[in-house]
Design a protein around this ligand. Structure first.
Ligand SMILES: [Zn+2]
Length: 67
C-alpha cells in the first residue's frame, strides 16, 4: 500500500515564541526560551507591571468589612 500524499498529518504543537525576547521557546521553559526570560517575566508580575483584568471583585470592599 502506498501512503496517500496529502493525508492528514497530526501537526506538532505550534511553536510559541518567547514573550520576552521573541525567540522560539524551549520545551523545558515553555513558553519562554530560557530560565532567564522566565525570571524576567516573573519579576514583571511581582513588580505589578501586569494588569490582570477581572480581579477587581476580588478586592475586598472596605464598606462591607465592618467590624
Ligand atoms: Zn526569551
Amino acid at each position: 500500500m502506498k501512503p496517500a500524499l496529502g493525508a492528514k498529518v497530526t501537526p506538532l504543537r505550534p511553536k510559541r515564541n518567547c514573550p520576552e525576547c521573541g525567540r522560539p521557546s524551549e520545551r523545558a521553559h515553555y513558553p519562554f526560551c530560557s530560565p532567564r526570560c522566565k525570571a524576567v517575566d516573573l519579576n514583571r508580575w511581582l513588580s505589578g507591571a501586569y494588569v490582570i483584568p477581572g480581579t477587581e471583585d476580588e478586592i475586598p470592599d472596605p464598606e462591607t468589612d465592618e467590624r
